[in-house]
Structures are given as C-alpha cells and as structure tokens.
Design a binder for this molecule. Structure first.
Ligand SMILES: [Zn+2]
Length: 252
C-alpha cells in the first residue's frame, strides 16, 4: 500500500497520490506505437507545494530491477534514438552553442551511457569525459576532477534519488561552472485534477521523476545554484557565469 502522505524528496512538504498509469506506457506512444498493457499499475505522487511528480514505487527498486525490467534488451524499442541519434544531435548542439570557446571548457557528460557524445566532442578537440553511475562501476567520480561544464541530458527524469544526483553533480562542478541539462518540465502538461495523459510520463522509459519549474528552482537553491531555462526542456544550473558562457545565460 502506497503511503499518500509521505514527504517530497525536494522540498520535504506533503505529497499526495496524483495518478496511475500502466507500467508499459512508453514515450513511443507519442509516435503512435503502443505496447500491450503490462497490467502493472504505477502510481505517481505530486508535491502539494513544489509540484514535483514522481513514482515512489521505483525508490525501492534495486539496480538489478532496473536492468531487468526497464534498461533491458527491449529498451531500444521504446527509446530508439538513445544510442546514436541523440548523442550525435547533442554533440552538434553543444559545438554550436560554444563555437570557438572549447579551449576554455573542461567538460563532463554525466549520465553519458556508452560515452558516444563525449567521443564525438573529443574528435572536435574538446576536453571531454563521460561518466555514468549506472550500472554501478569502479570509476570514482571524485577522482575525475572538477569540470566547468557538466552536461546531463535526458538524465534527471530517470533518477529515483534526485538528491544523490545533485550531490554527484555539485561534487564534480568547478566554482565557475555550469550544469546544462535537459528534462521536460511538467508546467504545461500536468495539471491538478486532470488525468496524466502526457507522453513523457512513461514508466517503461524509466521516466520516474517529473519536474515542475518550481521544483527545479528549489532543488538548485538547496545546492546554492541558480536556474536558467532556455525552453521547457533545456535548462542550466550555475553559481557564477564564466565569460565563455555569458552569451547563453543572457538569452535564458
Ligand atoms: Zn516539493
């Protein structure tokens, strides 16, 4: 039985049960592809203050559970772009944003999977490393050093422990650094007293933590970080804006 009165992992205020979807709800429904129903209900709770919406079920899953039930051989069917298309597009996007500035940048791609995006950037002369805490491995993040640009693209929504994520990111972040990250915010798509039909709220893709703009601001503030958003899906946490990035924060 889910406890509908537990506390929000971001602002520690009350959360309430919000909605329930089938485990096999996937982001590919947005492209017209529907998996058969799994018959497994996944509940999402929503914070009554910051509107963070998350699936408490997954906070008790082990790494093995995630590997067997979500990030398994069938994962590519419901996220066909993750191996090649998205890393390529993201590397090109970063190159364009920081054109002519790469000599100032010490880059870490956090949650970078097989490291494809980082490899593409290195081929363009960037200093770039990739680190992924999942699945568990021998690399100690603290030994990689500090980075003035950390990217974390389509990672936040997959994370069951958002505080652990922020501890890791801020451990690796240089004082004059930026965290550029992508995750779609819920503000225009999840509303009180409405059913959650939003394509992005998909357990089968491992989308278990869904952020409102306010919840991102509060999460960043906990770590002394400001939030700038460039769109509903692309954001930046920062303390001090380095000169090589001043052109992007001005436009936020
Ligand atoms: Zn909250």
């Amino acid at each position: 039985m889910l406890n509908s009165f537990s506390k929000c992992p971001i602002c520690y205020c009350d959360v309430k049960l919000f909605d329930v979807v089938d485990f096999n709800k996937s982001c590919e429904e947005n492209r017209g592809k529907f998996l058969p129903l799994a018959g497994i209900p996944i509940y999402y709770s929503r914070c009554t203050v910051c509107s963070f919406t998350y699936a408490p079920e997954f906070t008790s899953w082990t790494e093995q559970d995630f590997l067997e039930k979500i990030y398994n051989d069938e994962y590519i069917e419901i996220d066909p772009d993750y191996l090649e298309v998205r890393p390529g597009a993201n590397a090109k996007g970063l190159s364009d944003i920081f054109k002519g500035q790469s000599q100032h940048i010490h880059h870490l791609d956090y949650g970078g999977g097989n490291g494809r995006m980082s490899d593409l950037l290195k081929a363009e002369g960037w200093q770039s490393k990739s680190y992924d805490p999942f699945p568990k491995n021998d690399i100690d993040l603290a030994t990689l050093g500090k980075f003035n640009l950390i990217t974390s693209l389509e990672v936040f929504e997959h994370v069951p422990d958002v505080q652990a994520l922020m501890v890791n990111l801020t451990t690796a972040l240089a004082d004059d650094g930026l965290i550029l990250f992508s995750t779609l915010i819920t503000d225009n798509d999840i509303k009180p007293n409405q059913r959650m039909t939003w394509w992005y709220a998909s357990p089968r893709n491992g989308h278990i933590s869904l952020f409102s703009r306010q919840s991102l601001m509060m999460l960043g503030a906990t770590y002394g970080l400001n939030l700038a958003s460039f769109s509903d899906g692309f954001h930046c946490f920062y303390k001090n804006v380095p000169a090589w990035a001043s052109h992007i924060i001005k436009t936020a």
